[in-house]
Each structure stands twice: as structure tokens, then as C-alpha cells.
Design a protein around this ligand. Sequence first.
Ligand code: NDP
Length: 250
Amino acid sequence: MLRYRPSKQLLADRTILVTGASDGIGRVAAIHYAQHGATVLLLGRDRKKLEAVHDEIVQSTKTAPFIVPFDLASLTKDSEANFTESVVGSLDCLDGVLHNASLLGPKVPLAHYPAPEWETVMHVNATAAFLLTKALLPLLEKASDASVIFTSSGVGRKGRAYWGAYAVSKFATEGIMEVLADELSDTHIRVNSLNPGGTRTAMRAAAYPAEDPFTLPAPEQHMDLYLYLMGPDSKGVTSQKFEAASWRGP
Ligand code: NDP
């Protein structure tokens, strides 16, 4: 049953950045955004995988995507200005950001959690999303109707044993979303978080190696919510925490 019917040109004339666009949910979201008319910026750390997504979009849509090969682990307070200039310096404005890239990290008790991995997971999943948002805000302010989506997780809303830095980084993600949404509450920029829930991707397979992936929804099954939140139909919706599994439509 369809929960929402986006118009074919829902995202026409919009420029949208998707992080972690090389694989999994981010890849599918980027393709769907392009299929609905958006010019997508595909950010990821693997150029070859990004090129494959780029080619798929060129072949299946009339849009011209850009690839942004960039490892979010290297985005620091020192490289922020460089990033802005070299990666997004050529843009006039930005209509949307899907913060989707994340690392799972080790699934071990906190007592045994290795500190270097803790820092990397916290950095890629939370700090880089903050730095990226900060760098992109001037461009988002220039759009007439902008949407920022942060990707959360069930363990970012209720902590669970052995999810370590991944869970803590998702709590931080929810915090960034709430603070930013409140700060931007009287602007045209809406800010929400989305928990896709268990979804058939490489990350899920790494987290649950014994699980049959075909018992899970594919990323495509969540795309109505990803489209709704990115497009104009969600105008005015802000500071909300969405669950793909229980969403029944606007
Ligand atoms: P995948 O591991 O399949 O894809 C993650 C994407 O993020 C890949 O494109 C990956 O790039 C990219 N990425 C990872 N690290 C970096 C980095 N340092 N710099 C740039 N890009 C990076 O994950 P999913 O598609 O499953 O997850 C997408 C989002 O959904 C994540 O935020 C995840 O936490 C969340 N989520 C997923 C669930 C699930 O069941 N799948 C459940 C709940 C939440 P590369 O191709 O190079 O690895």
C-alpha cells in the first residue's frame, strides 16, 4: 500500500547533497531524488562506487549529478574552510541535505570498546554532520524551501548493549537535529531525523551476520518517506523524529 504519492517532478530545480551516496540507503535515495528531478551531489569516500551511481542516474534520468569524493573522517575544524571552497564553492544555493553516511564500528561492550574506533565513529557519524551542516548553512539559507534530514537509528533513541559509539553518535545526531531545528524554527529551513529501521544493506548485514537479509525491507521500500521529507510536501514540518517502519503517510 502506498503511503504517499510524490509527484514526478517533486524535486525539479532542486539541488540536493546526499552523504554516503555510494551504497545502501544513500545510493537508493540519491537515485530516487534524481528520478524526481533533483540535481544530486553524491558524496562518498569511494570514487569508483560514486561513478557507478553517477552513471546509473545519467542513464535513467534527465538530470546531471555531481560526484563529491570525500572521506568525512578527514573533515575537521581545520579542513572545513577548504571543504567549503573546493567542494561546494561553485554552488549558488542548496535545497536539501540528506545526512546518511555512517560507520557501524565494533559491536562490543563499552568496557572493551577501543578508543580510536570510538573517536572515528563519533567523528564520521556526528561531528562531521555538524561541520558539514555548518559549512552548508549559508547555501541552504539562499534556497526558498530547504530541508535537512539527519539519519538516526533505533539505538539512537534507546541505547542497547554492544552498540557502543554507533548508538552514542546517533543520540548526538538527534541532539544536533533538535538544536538546529529550534535555531531555525522561524526560517524556511526544516530539520528532521529519520530512522530507516532494519533495512537490507551491507551495514545491517555486518551488524546481524546470521540474519536472512531477505526478511528485511529493501531501501526502495522507504523512499516515499525520504521523498516526502526532502520535497515541498513537508513544508512546515520540523524537529520531528520519523520512523520509516511505522510511518503511514503525511
Ligand atoms: P551502508 O554501510 O550500506 O552505507 C553507508 C554509506 O556511508 C556508504 O555509502 C559508505 O561509503 C558511506 N560512508 C561511510 N563512512 C564514510 C565516510 N567516512 N565518508 C564518506 N562516506 C562514508 O549503510 P546503510 O545504507 O545501511 O545506512 C545508511 C544510514 O542509515 C546510516 O546512517 C545508518 O546508520 C542508518 N541506519 C541503517 C539501518 C539499516 O538497517 N541498514 C538501520 C538504522 C539506521 P562506502 O561505500 O565507501 O562504504
